[in-house]
Design a protein around this ligand. Structure first.
Ligand SMILES: Cc1cc2nc3c(=O)[nH]c(=O)nc-3n(C[C@H](O)[C@H](O)[C@H](O)COP(=O)(O)OP(=O)(O)OC[C@H]3O[C@@H](n4cnc5c(N)ncnc54)[C@H](O)[C@@H]3O)c2cc1C
Length: 461
């Protein structure tokens, strides 16, 4: 059996690995455009800040590993077309230009995404060539190009105040760069957190001398040969500002790489990404897809959502690989979007839709907020933790949660993830017997106390 994978990162490499585990005799091959075997894109900001010493350290499994597991690896090679009736893929070696036709019995498309570029005048010096100092970041090559800038005392503008924008803002600050963040919406981080939680995070960011410009759109990048400044315009008043910028990082989202799948006849969903079922099968027989090129459903709202997280890509890769090799694997019934990041000394976490996203889906959630501490008040070292929980107004079924703190956040959000997946209610979760010892956690944890607040509100109604 010949199993072919297009794209060798989180989704593709995981798919190949699980295809190999499922069928020990199959011929498993990855065609990957990048020159590196699977590496952590999520680690790019930390290679930039120096916390991870080199970009090469991001590589998770080297070529020797793939040889050992008898997975063929064609790096620096682009799959250019799929012939679904002959079951072949045409691939082009990007270094030599040599074309080859590779046969498959089952195919996994894991082509991921690329940074979305908003229309900003002066971003390019020639068609397709970003001006010096201007950066879009998705790959090790992009990270290395950014790290080639002079650091200390230079000035950077991050366009886009999402989680990844925050991570790059922090990385550049650590390097001694003066950073400004430009965000189109009225608050940063709104894809991940509600306004009240995001505002708490922003106040901490601003204390670190990072300027945040809300409700501003980046119009143009000034400078003949290289970036000198960014001109921004207020989305309400039209007021213009010019921010000096030796470095501009554009972090405004991702666009899925779906061209090859579309040409092969794979149906796209409403988000414009490849539609897959719970087995990661596409609409074309024998073709599976996984990762950032796909869409799946939100567990809570049931609405289709674009996949855009390493966690989901890896899980989908596992399912696609097992099924492509003739095994049986099903994804969970939907995506929870459990997320966390660390930036400017804060941990920001969420699970499930935000309050705004729930309202858009027609659910008016009951909300509980609690400001607590990570430790009992009598022991030094406790840190403030802000917890928000969202539940269904009828029976109090947990739908989402967000936490902002400086430590011990991610295990608390994971507890909410378990509870949501299990269909628990506010009442059940508020009775949870959480672990307690003075140097580790308080007797009643902020996660259960936030549920108490929501429960009281629900009962009052
Ligand atoms: C800076 C950064 C930080 C992030 N942090 C987090 C985090 O903390 N947590 C989290 O869950 N997620 C995070 N993510 C998201 C996560 O990295 C992605 O969800 C994940 O990389 C998706 O994996 P993928 O395999 O689907 O796609 P990709 O990683 O995009 O890989 C797709 C691969 O396919 C290749 N390819 C495309 N077309 C072809 C073709 N025609 N032929 C051959 N090869 C092709 C591409 O070159 C690429 O190498 C982060 C992303 C970035 C950029």
């Amino acid at each position: 059996m010949k199993i072919l994978v297009i794209g060798g990162m989180a989704a593709g490499a995981t798919a190949a690995q699980f295809a190999r585990k499922t069928d020990r005799k199959a011929e498993v091959t990855i065609i990957g455009k990048e020159p590196h075997p699977i590496y952590s894109k999520c680690g790019l900001p930390y290679s930039l800040s120096g916390r991870i010493p080199t970009f090469e350290r991001l590589v998770e499994f080297d070529e020797q590993w793939f040889r050992q597991f008898r997975i063929g690896l064609r790096l620096g090679t682009e799959a250019t077309s799929i012939d679904t009736s002959a079951r072949t893929v045409t691939a082009c070696d990007l270094r030599g230009g040599k074309e080859e036709v590779v046969p498959y019995d089952t195919l996994i498309i894991a082509t991921g995404g690329h940074p979305w570029m908003p229309p900003i005048e002066g971003a390019y010096s020639a068609p397709g060539v970003l001006k010096e100092g201007v950066h879009l970041i998705r790959t090790i090559a992009d990270g290395k190009r950014l790290s080639g800038n002079a650091w200390r005392d230079s000035r950077a503008v991050i366009i886009g105040g999402g989680l990844i924008g925050m991570e790059f803002a922090e990385a550049l600050s650590v390097r001694g760069v003066h950073v400004s963040i430009v965000e189109l919406q009225h608050e940063i981080l709104l894809a991940s957190l509600d306004e009240d939680m995001a505002a708490a995070a922003r106040q901490i960011i601003e204390k670190s001398r990072t300027a945040v410009h809300l409700k501003y759109s980046a119009e143009s990048i000034q400078g003949e040969r290289r970036s000198e400044s960014v001109r921004i315009s207020n989305t309400e008043t039209g007021e213009k500002k010019e921010i000096p910028a030796d470095i501009v990082v554009i972090s405004t989202g991702t666009k899925a790489n779906t061209d090859i799948a579309v040409k092969a006849g794979c149906a796209l969903g409403v988000t414009g990404q490849i539609k897959v079922d719970s087995r990661c099968a596409t609409s074309v027989p024998g073709i599976f897809a996984a990762g950032d090129c796909t869409e799946y459903v939100d567990l809570i709202t049931g609405a289709p959502v674009a996949v855009g997280m390493g966690t989901v890509a890896t899980r989908q890769g596992r399912t696609a690989g097992i099924n492509a090799a003739g095994g049986r694997s099903e994804l969970p019934p939907g995506i929870l979007g459990t997320r966390v990041t660390e930036a400017f000394g804060m941990h920001l976490a969420g699970v499930g839709p935000t309050e705004v996203q729930l309202r858009k889906a027609g659910i008016q959630p009951v909300v509980g907020r609690y400001v607590g501490s990570t430790l009992p008040s009598y022991i030094p070292g406790g840190e403030e933790i802000l917890v928000k929980v969202l539940a269904h107004p009828d029976k109090g079924r947990l739908l989402g949660a967000q936490i902002v703190g400086t430590s011990r956040v991610h295990q608390r959000i994971n507890a909410f993830a378990v509870a949501i997946l299990a269909g628990m209610t506010l009442e059940q979760f508020s009775k949870l017997e959480t672990a307690y010892a003075p140097p580790i956690a308080p007797t009643l944890d902020a996660i259960t106390l936030a549920c108490d607040v929501a429960l009281m509100k629900m009962r009052r109604k």
